[in-house]
Every structure is written in C-alpha cells, then in structure tokens.
Design a protein around this ligand. Structure first.
Ligand code: PLP
Length: 688
C-alpha cells in the first residue's frame, strides 16, 4: 500500500516531542509504573506511513520518547520501569502492563469494528490492576468530512536536515466510515536537494461515541479525555487523547463522603479487623481507635453479645418492615427501652436509618405539628451557626459547618442560623456565660417573628470542636422555647448513649426536649440505625387529627439493627459504661491538659468521653486557627504511630469506645506527645 524510495531521514525530535507533550498525562504514569508497553502497528519493509505527516506511529518511536522521558525521572523510578515494544496488529505480548500506549492514530489502522474490539479486549487483558491504557484518534465531524473530501492541502514543517513539505488529499468512503489519505512528501535539504516520497493509506474514521461503546464492551473505562485541535487545510478536526483503566479495577471505585477522591487510594486506611478499642489495617498494623470510628462504637468492636444477638435475630426473622401495618418484636422492644431511658416528656419513637434521616424527620415532624394545628406559617427551623446535623437536604440545610452548600442550590427554604455560643467568638471583656446569654437573646428575637416551629441544637457542639454549651444558655433556651411554644429539638446523635457520662447530655442540665434525635451509639455502630423520640403532646396532635407521619424507608425498624441496639444497651447497662465514661473521660481530659506545653495547643474541651483538642498557630494578636496542612500533619503523625483520631476544622476530637482502658489512654497520650513535639517545628516554647 505504501511506497517510498530510499532511507528515511532520522525523525525530528521536535516533531516527536510535540506528540510527546500531548501524551504527557499518560507519561506521568511512568512514575508509578513497573512495566510499560508501547504498542504500534507492525512495520513493514519500505513502510513510510506517518513519518512526514503524523510524526510517529510506530512502537519504536513512541518507545524512544518514553525512554527519554524516563531519563528525566529519579534513578529509583528508572530502575523500576521496564519498557517494552509490542505489536498491536499481531497482538503478541505475554505479560501484563501498568501502562500501555497505542499512539498516533494507530487504532485507525484497524479497519472494522470487530478488529477494533478485539484489539481493545487484548489490551484490557494485558493491563495490570489499576493500569492505564492511553491512545488517540481523530474525530472527524460531518463538516470536516465535507471540507476535506476530495480536497488537496499542503503542510510544511522543519526536519533535522532541512524541511518537509507535504501535499495530501483525502477521500472518504460513501458511508464515511473510512478515509483514504494520499501523501506526496518532499524532504528539502538546505542545499536544495529534494527527496520524494509517495504514500497512500486507508484509515478507519473513528467516532467518539463508537469508541466509548467499544471500550465499555472491552471492559475498559475512560478516566480522562483530552482534545487538541488538528488543522487540516481549510478545516479543523479534533484529535482525541483518551486514558482508560479496566472498569472493575478503576483506580478506586469506592467513593467516600465529603473528601475529594484525588489521591485517596494512596492515603486511605483500610481496616480489616477490630476488637475493643483496637483496629487493624490490611498490612497488619494495629491502631487504637481514639475516635470510635465516626463517634459510634460505645461498647467497642467485636462484642460477642451484640454479634450473637444479631445472628440469632437474623436466623429468626432476617427482614422486617414497619410499613403496611407490620411490626416486629425487636423494634417494639427497642421503642419501649428508648422511652424508658430518655428524659420526659419523650414517649414515642420513630426508627430511622441514620442521624441525617433523624434530623430530616425532625424538620418534617415539627412542621407537621403546627400545620395540623392550623398554623402553616410556623414552619421555620432555627439552628446554631456552628452546627453539624448531617448531609441530606434538610439536615444539610440545618448544618452550618457545610462547605459551599450553594453547590446544591436551591436549598430547602425556611431554615435559619442563629449565633452559637462558641468560645472563639466571645467578644473581649465578656465572659463565656455572658456571651452565651447574648446568643440566647438573639434566638428569642428571631423566635418573636411568630413563624418558628422548632429550634434544633446539639447540646455539645461536636463538629465545631466539642464545645459544651454553658448551663445558663441551655436553661435560658429551654425557657424561651417553652414561652413561645417553639419545639425544642435536641440532636443527641453524637452525645447519646453514655458518651458524655450520662445516658443523654440533656440530663446534665435537666433539659426536657420535645424531640430528641439519636443514632451512632444507639447500637454501638454495629448496624445502621437512628431514632426520633417525640413527646406525648406531639403524638396527641397526630392522633387527634388521625394523621400519620409522611415519612418512611424500607429499612426503618429493621429487626437485626434493633436487636443490635437492644444488645448494645444491655452491655452499657450491665457494665456500667455510662459511669465509666464519666470517670475515664475525666482521666483522659486531665491528661490532655498536659499538651498545653506545646505551642499550638490552644484548648482542651469536652464532657465524658467526648473530647476536643483545639489547635492554633502564631503568637499573641497573631494567634489564628491551625492551618489545614499542620493539622493534617499532626493527624498523620498520630496515625502513623498507631492512633486514629478525628479532625474538626481547628483540631482533633476523641470519642473512643466507653470501654477504653487507662492504659490505652496512656498509649494515646504518648503518641500525641510525640506527634505534637515532632510537628512543633519552630513553634515550641523554649521551656518545652
Ligand atoms: N447529628 C450530629 C450531631 C452528628 O454528629 C452527626 C454525624 O456526625 C449527624 C447528626 C449525622 O448522622 P449520620 O452521619 O448518621 O447521618
């Protein structure tokens, strides 16, 4: 098909490297790769296709770029990477690769769909787990085809020894599935000598949609698409450069909450086993889980009482719903137990699947309560401007500590933040209590509008840095709500089940909430479960109006989740874990105070086994919250020494299992000392 007299000139570096630049993202993978295959079509004797116009299209040339690129990388990378040339036309490769590159339109040499699919399947079967396949193709639009068909164009570019001038023409097949290119190329030397080449080649026209479909059929997933304009005479086609990975091995298919997933795979801690306050990752490294996962593991991990109760329940009735007039014994018994434990006047229980769902329901129920009484205008829900209540639409709406909520706009209306008494915001010359009463006065002012249905708050602001709300504030807030008939909703998702040294934080100040929201420690985090407890008065309004609650999910009241809760509550009761949390919490808190010797420890706060370490930077009037980088450094330093903590925006929180021992707290303290000392940098006091 191709003809061309004589030897070809050496290929121009510039031309090669400009193609290399387009491949740059794939080339970056050289840093991680072990084995790299550069694929090309088989080079036949006398085959000149591509040199003048395309720049490169054979494996050898691509390999050359890779080799040069490799030389710029650290010696350790160079030693690890092995480059290999492969023939895409004959599909001969025996090993698996981390990076496979099929450059410069080579895919277009596979003329029919079946051939292309075979090639991609072969590539897919040769990619290592997490490996990358990179290739490019030209996407011709209908306009491109029309502009190019039958036209003759010219191009010129420099060569090492002169310049290359080329005339080319294209003819598309009637169905526009293929194009035949004819090239007449001259290499013009500085002394005027000309060498002539003539070539013709038939190429498949690849459509981006078809390409995507073939990749899917071959089990590949596109992870990045780049485009470059490709000028051709009087039109501009598009050069598509795609990177793929095997679909089931897409670098890290599990998506995590909140955090951007970039680099997650490199930093994630994958846990495989847990016992008490200890957990192990898959490399066998042991950690003390000082945060109880996400503040949930009251009884510690691996408790046979809870596991057996769940297994036994599953053997008896593995699934149950509360829809359609059905019920199940663990759900009923759990409701009775929660009412028994909870403060008055709570007497009814709606079981949910999470803390967020409990918050969602609390908003609905508060609105329903007033709507049923002919007061639809009382629909506003107030929340503190330092709150965390979850991530669903309603619960996100009442969460102040939520980064750029507007990304999900329009948001749920009728939710308003009021100032929270946070120690960081106390004006100079004012005590914390005075400031807290000022916040309460602002709450009352907002409530006086007459449109407020409920005030929702965490009795201890967990995510805002474990801030225990002052007793005077809580008492005043309760009074204000009573006075104005506003429902007081306590979010005890984090504070419930002994966490603060009482069954519920409400007990510390004798609060009598109208609604109380639970999750996390309800079954020690063994299975997903939450609950909304509400007063007899709310129940009365529903019953008087023969109204149900327009809310429900298939797993509400799941018997195994409830059995886990009953067993976990049993463990807390039998082992006196509530009193133990108060006692151990006191010890842990005293020990945390020692950390004041490090310059970036600003405060130690908390109640029971819910503790926070506030970190800051700078001195005197330049004091500011710790930077994310330094906080991340301290978190990692502790993690690497075997202690898992939970960061909040300006510090670390500690919510260990209520069963944690003093010895384990001593280990945590030892690690914190060393991690803070290591990350103190130039901040350490001279005396420290
Ligand atoms: N409320 C509080 C106080 C919380 O701390 C959390 C979670 O951390 C939630 C609600 C949301 O609970 P979940 O994560 O179960 O949806």
């Amino acid at each position: 098909m191709c003809t061309g007299p004589g030897e070809l000139p050496a290929i121009d570096d510039e031309v090669l490297l400009s193609d290399g630049a387009l491949l740059e993202p794939a080339l970056q993978d050289l840093t991680h790769a072990g084995r790299v295959a550069s694929l090309g079509r088989q080079r036949r004797p006398g085959d000149v296709w591509g040199h003048a116009v395309v720049g490169l299209d054979t494996s050898a040339e691509m390999l050359d770029i890779l080799r040069r690129r490799l030389q710029t990388l650290p010696a350790a990378v160079q030693e690890r990477v092995r480059l290999c040339q492969g023939d895409a036309t004959s599909c001969v490769l025996e090993e698996k690769f981390d990076l496979m590159i099929l450059p410069a339109f080579s895919i277009s040499l596979f003329h029919n769909r079946q051939q292309r699919l075979q090639l991609l399947q072969w590539v897919s079967s040769h990619l290592r787990d997490g490996g990358t396949f990179a290739f490019d193709f030209i996407h011709y639009s209908a306009d491109n085809c029309q502009a190019l068909d039958g036209q003759v164009n010219a191009a010129e570019f420099p060569a090492p020894d002169g310049r290359v001038a080329s005339s080319y023409g294209a003819r598309f097949s009637t169905d526009r599935q293929s194009v035949t290119w004819n090239f007449y190329t001259q290499l013009i030397r500085p002394d005027g000598e000309r060498r002539h080449y003539l070539s013709a080649s038939q190429l498949a026209c690849i459509h981006a949609d078809e390409m995507a479909e073939l990749l899917t059929a071959a089990g590949l997933e596109v992870t990045a698409r780049q485009r470059a304009a490709l000028p051709m005479g009087n039109t501009t086609a598009e050069r598509c450069f795609w990177r793929c990975t095997r679909r089931e091995r897409a670098a890290y298919s599990l998506w995590h909450p909140y955090l951007p997933m970039n680099h997650m795979e490199e930093t994630v801690t994958v846990l495989v086993r847990g016992e008490g306050s200890r957990v192990w990752d898959r490399e066998g490294k042991e950690y003390i889980d000082a945060s109880g996962g996400l503040w949930s593991t009251q009884c510690g991990q691996g408790r046979t009482e809870i596991i057996d109760a769940v297994a036994e329940q599953m053997r008896r009735l593995s699934y149950g719903t509360l829809f359609a007039g059905r019920s199940n014994e663990p759900a009923m018994e759990l409701a009775r137990t929660l009412v028994e434990l909870a403060p008055a006047p709570l007497s009814r229980v709606y079981l949910t699947g999470s803390g967020s769902e409990s918050v969602e329901l609390a908003i609905k129920l508060s609105r329903l309560y007033f709507w049923l009484q002919g007061q639809p205008e009382r629909h506003r829900v107030l929340f503190l401007d330092q709150s965390y209540h979850g991530s669903f639409f309603g619960s996100m709406g009442v969460t102040a500590l939520f980064d750029r909520k507007e990304r999900f706009a329009p948001l749920l209306p009728g939710l308003d933040a009021v100032p929270a008494p946070h120690p960081a915001h106390v004006p100079p010359g004012m005590s914390f209590d005075e400031y807290a009463l000022q916040c309460a006065a602002e709450l009352e002012r907002r409530i006086e509008s007459g449109t407020v249905a409920a005030f929702l708050m965490e009795p201890v602001l967990g995510s805002a840095g474990v801030v225990v709300l002052p007793a005077v504030y809580l008492a005043r807030v309760q009074q204000i709500c009573r006075q104005h008939g506003v429902l007081l909703v306590l979010d005890e998702v984090a504070t419930g089940f002994g966490r603060t040294g009482r069954w519920f934080a409400a007990e510390h100040q004798g609060l009598r909430p109208d609604l109380m929201l639970l999750s996390k420690g309800i079954n020690s985090g063994y299975l997903p479960l939450g609950a909304v407890l509400f007063s007899a008065e709310i129940a009365r309004v529903l019953l008087d109006n023969q109204s149900g609650i327009g809310h429900g999910s298939s797993h509400n009241g799941n018997p195994a989740c409830c059995a886990a809760a009953l067993a976990a509550i049993g463990v807390i009761r039998r082992e006196g874990l509530v009193a133990r949390a108060a006692e151990t919490g006191q010890y842990f808190r005293e020990r945390l105070q020692e950390l004041h010797q490090y310059p970036h420890v600003a405060a130690v706060r908390g109640l029971g086994l819910m503790l926070g370490l506030e970190l800051a930077e700078g001195e005197g009037s330049h004091r500011r919250p710790v930077s994310p980088a330094r906080l991340g450094g301290i978190y990692l330093a502790a993690r690497n020494r075997g202690v898992l903590t939970y960061p909040f925006p300006s510090g670390l929180s500690f919510f260990p299992a209520l069963t944690i021992s003093r010895d384990e707290i001593d280990v945590i303290m030892d690690v914190l000392h060393r991690s803070l000392a290591e990350t103190s940098g130039g901040w350490q006091h001279a005396t420290a």
